[in-house]
Design a protein around this ligand. Structure first.
Ligand SMILES: [Zn+2]
Length: 56
């Protein structure tokens, strides 16, 4: 199911954030999220959380 290849993990989960309001996924820099330069394109909110893998 889940791939263990680190590069694939990075490609899928690195710099991907999820809108806390509507769940829209956004690919952007974490720096821009922290600086609140990113706006959700669906609901225009600025609250994001990093997309996480289910397994550690
Ligand atoms: Zn949103």
């Amino acid at each position: 199911m889940a791939t263990k290849i680190p590069t694939a993990q990075n490609r899928m989960f690195k710099n991907v954030f999820v809108c806390k309001n509507c769940g829209q996924k956004i690919r952007t820099d974490s720096v821009r999220v922290i600086a609140q330069k990113v706006k959700c394109r669906r609901c225009d909110k600025k609250v994001f959380r990093p997309k996480k893998t289910k397994k550690k």
